[in-house]
Write a protein that binds this ligand. Structure first.
Ligand SMILES: Cc1cc2nc3c(=O)[nH]c(=O)nc-3n(C[C@H](O)[C@H](O)[C@H](O)COP(=O)(O)OP(=O)(O)OC[C@H]3O[C@@H](n4cnc5c(N)ncnc54)[C@H](O)[C@@H]3O)c2cc1C
Length: 464
């Protein structure tokens, strides 16, 4: 009976990248992907990644003429709610066709030695008599099959097909995401009526509506996107009721609509279990500002490759104790910053459109320094903090900012600090995990969710 080093469930960005890297290290890898090749990653067409991160993770960067190439542009502009002010970033971004890009990633994984079975849906773990995970069952057109491995990696995204099968007392949490924890994204593929309009001049992010405009790759084409918790209906209502009314934008016609979901939840507390790891969207590794997860998931995957490959080479078992450093290191590299941002975002999105417009105008919070550097580490010194405080005080004194909303931002800031401190105390081994988890649960309960800031009027209208 063949025992693989790793079985990976799911062959999208996370699974394909992990498969390639582990195979390159000389490990035997089996990937099982639910979809047939022609249907892999078809929910939406165009997606983006920052060029610097693509280089960092050794991803194939498509060129003009490649089947997955869309376009390249400089991104990072943030607009005020009424479109009067904007702050500029300068990240080079590559727009790509997702299905084609993922299939190219899978071909690279196969070239490195990974086996991939398409049309094979993970259905359950195989366990030994002591309950230890030793493989996976999967469903194909020919019925249920089995494969054995030292580790099963769940890269199945939101369905979390393997993670959800873990027992309730597992170190990796097994809950399903609710509509409050999901970002429902609607993409309108639009064509500008005036052919002189260059879509590369009309792109940017509108934080207060969780909306954005990006090129679509077609001449005069744009993708107008909107996302929200709860449902697609909620997101579309914000776009139609608020964005369209408040933002002056060149005239366009909508040619196609795509919809998809991305997790919007604090990171899993532990990724590892004996013989198991949760990765990518399954582990909620998406960026808290926008819900993108293709490159952010690779920070954890990179650590996982290093730790697991070393254990395999030293012939050590893939237990949670041996793999625990993946948790600890990930929170240090990225997880702590992502999760510490969440409470602050709850405060920031509580500002009304008028308040946010005022703050944009006066370069307070929605400032060039903060918004222009989004995606990079934020380095706010005492001068910056003093500017924020004086700007807020002036706003309250002039009646432009409501004290109740300012308090929400201050609460968010303080809670960000608490989250940071909590993750600094992340246990060094599984021994301290459940005591730490109890503290973390209590803190997140107190913080609440971005979904709590949703408009009750819209929720009533859509029947939620
Ligand atoms: C509309 C939209 C636009 C987005 N745009 C961007 C963007 O521009 N840039 C960005 O970085 N992120 C973007 N995201 C987020 C991004 O799509 C995800 O974060 C990313 O795809 C996560 O990759 P993943 O491999 O972890 O999971 P997924 O992409 O969800 O892949 C999971 C894979 O597992 C397979 N699978 C599911 N169940 C099973 C099973 N039982 N057995 C085997 N296989 C299974 C699925 O078929 C799929 O191939 C966007 C999301 C949406 C919804």
């Amino acid at each position: 009976m063949k025992i693989y080093d790793i079985i990976i469930a799911g062959a999208s960005t996370t699974g394909a990248w992990f498969a390639k890297k582990m195979a390159q290290q000389g490990h035997s890898v089996l990937v099982i992907e639910k979809q047939k090749p022609e249907n892999v990653s078809r929910e939406y067409d165009i997606f983006h990644m920052g060029k610097l991160e693509m280089e960092r993770f050794d991803l194939h960067i498509p060129k003009e003429g490649d089947d997955d190439y869309g376009f390249e542009f400089t991104s990072g502009r943030s607009y005020s709610p009424y479109g009067n002010y904007s702050k500029f970033g300068n990240e080079t971004v590559i727009g790509m066709h997702k299905h084609e890009f993922i299939m190219n990633m899978n071909r690279e994984a196969e070239a490195a030695g990974a086996e991939i079975i398409f049309g094979a849906a993970f259905s359950d773990f195989i366990k030994d008599e002591k309950g230890k995970i030793i493989g996976a069952k999967y469903i194909t057109d020919e019925g249920e099959k089995e494969a054995y491995a030292k580790l099963v990696a769940d890269c199945t995204g939101i369905p979390s097909a393997a993670r959800r099968k873990l027992p309730d007392n597992a170190y990796v949490e097994n809950f399903a995401l609710t509509p409050e924890d999901i970002f429902y994204v609607v993409l309108y593929y639009a064509k500008y009526e005036d052919e002189k309009i260059n879509p590369l001049d009309h792109h940017g992010f509108f934080m207060q509506y969780k909306s954005w405009s990006a090129p679509s790759g077609d001449d005069h084409g744009a993708i107008l996107g909107v996302g929200s918790n709860y449902s697609y209906d909620y997101a579309e209502e914000i776009f139609n009721r608020d964005w369209k009314k408040n933002v002056p934008w060149p005239k366009y016609t909508i040619e196609k609509v795509e919809k998809g979901m991305t997790p919007y939840h604090r990171t899993l507390y532990s990724f590892v279990e004996d013989g198991f790891i949760a990765m990518g969207d399954t582990a909620f590794l998406t960026k808290p500002t926008c819900g993108e997860g293709c490159t952010s998931s690779l920070y954890q995957a990179e650590i996982a490759v290093e730790v697991i490959s070393k254990l395999l080479k030293e012939d050590k078992p893939l237990t949670k104790e041996n793999m625990w450093s993946i948790n600890k290191r990930y929170f240090k590299v990225q997880g702590k910053d992502f999760d510490a941002l969440r409470p602050l975002l709850i405060g920031i999105v509580s500002f009304s459109y008028e308040e946010a417009e005022y703050l944009f105008k006066n370069d307070v919070i929605f400032s060039q320094k903060i918004l222009g550097g989004m995606g990079q580490e934020l380095d706010l010194g005492p001068k910056d903090i003093a500017k924020i405080v004086s700007g807020i005080l002036a706003g309250v004194a002039s009646g432009k900012l409501k004290m109740s909303n300012v308090k929400k931002v201050i609460t968010g800031l303080m809670q960000s600090g608490e989250v940071g401190k909590l993750y600094d105390e992340y246990p060094d081994s599984p021994a301290g995990y459940f005591a730490w988890k109890a503290k973390a649960d209590a803190l997140w309960q107190k913080i609440g969710k971005v979904a709590d800031t949703c408009d009750p009027e819209i929720l009533r209208k859509i029947g939620m």
